[in-house]
Design a protein around this ligand. Structure first.
Ligand code: UDP
Ligand code: MG
Length: 309
């Protein structure tokens, strides 16, 4: 017998909790056939609704259901980390509770594990049902990441991923506070099989992400997995020095040949505005990394548990 841990982060998902349970257990015949024991870990990420109560109701009829309830909302990254820390399985799979990560893919994923892969990951090949602006910026983000980070981050990758115990332990060894799981998966390596599927719309309730939250999350991703932006100040600095040098030569030569008097303060104002703008921008980037470093050195816990069974 081998144990499969299913980690499900939930934030205000009272409607989806039992729904997900039903959908997952549609695979029960397959699990029985393959002699796979199940452990379902719902991570209640500080929900304000009846999410925890719904999990308790499931627990009453099924011992395989577990709950880790946070003292407040710590975010999906923290919830996934808590799930991985508490999972005992030989295999662990991360899934959204809203059924956007279809449980019907599990048998196929498990069969790839039998072929010797360390991990089976999923990516969406379509983004239908998503606002076009969001899709556009998402694509831009992945393109940018490809250029500025050495860690491989797949376009459209979901957090829906099945892993061996070995890979889970590798991820748990990364204790960083600013967690960006899509990058962490790539960073730890291991042999990964990618499955593709069409986007599925969430079963019930509404998405917890808006454009601004996603934008900030993408900044987290960049600062966590690339230091290229830090080089920007040096690059722009060198560029400005070269331009300044050329202009000095130009002005001296012009003065010697034509004897032009100095003129034009508007151009001077433009130059000052431009260079100080660039300076502030670069200081801002420094600030971003400093802020992340500041949070990191505080060594605060990634999550706090209120209740667990
Ligand atoms: N989630 C969470 N904590 C949060 C936000 C979301 O645990 O602070 C969970 C949520 O319950 C769901 C998963 O993360 O199971 C994905 O969230 P959502 O469906 O809102 O994101 P989307 O699928 O739209 O990217
Ligand atoms: Mg969703």
């Amino acid at each position: 017998m081998s144990l499969l841990s299913v980690v499900v982060p939930c934030y205000n998902e009272e409607e989806n909790v039992p729904f997900f349970y039903e959908a997952l257990l549609k695979n029960q015949a397959f699990f029985d056939e393959k002699k796979i024991d199940l452990e379902i870990l719902y991570i209640d990420d500080g929900s304000g609704d009846r999410t925890a109560a719904e999990v308790k109701r499931l627990r009453e009829k099924d011992e395989r259901v577990h709950l880790v309830s946070f003292s407040r909302n710590f975010g999906k990254e923290a919830a996934m980390f808590a799930g991985l820390e508490n999972a005992k399985g030989d295999y662990v799979v991360l899934m959204d509770v809203d059924l956007q990560d279809p449980p019907s893919l599990l048998p196929e994923m498990l069969s790839y594990m039998e072929q010797g892969y360390d991990s089976v990951a999923t990516r969406r090949v379509s983004r239908k049902g998503e606002p076009p602006v969001r899709s556009f910026f998402a694509r831009m983000f992945y393109k940018l990441m490809k250029r500025i980070s050495r860690t491989e981050i797949m376009d459209g990758a979901r957090d829906y991923r099945l892993m061996t115990r070995q890979m889970v332990d590798a991820i748990l060894a990364m204790k960083e506070y600013n967690r960006f799981t899509k990058g962490i998966f790539g960073w730890v390596g291991f042999q990964t099989k990618w499955l593709e599927y069409e986007n599925v719309e969430r079963a019930k309730g509404e998405t917890k992400w808006n454009f601004w939250k996603l934008f900030l999350y993408s900044l987290d991703g960049i600062t966590a997995f690339s230091t290229v932006p830090l080089m920007l100040a040096s690059v722009v600095g060198v560029f400005f020095c070269i331009v300044a040098f050329l202009m000095i030569v130009f002005i001296i030569v012009r003065k010697m040949i034509f004897g032009d008097p100095v003129s034009g303060w508007p151009s001077l104002v433009c130059i000052i505005l431009m260079t100080s703008g660039v300076q502030f921008f670069c200081t801002g980037i420094l600030g971003q990394y400093l802020a992340k470093t500041y949070m990191e050195v505080k060594r605060r816990p990634i999550y706090l548990v209120k209740e667990q069974f």
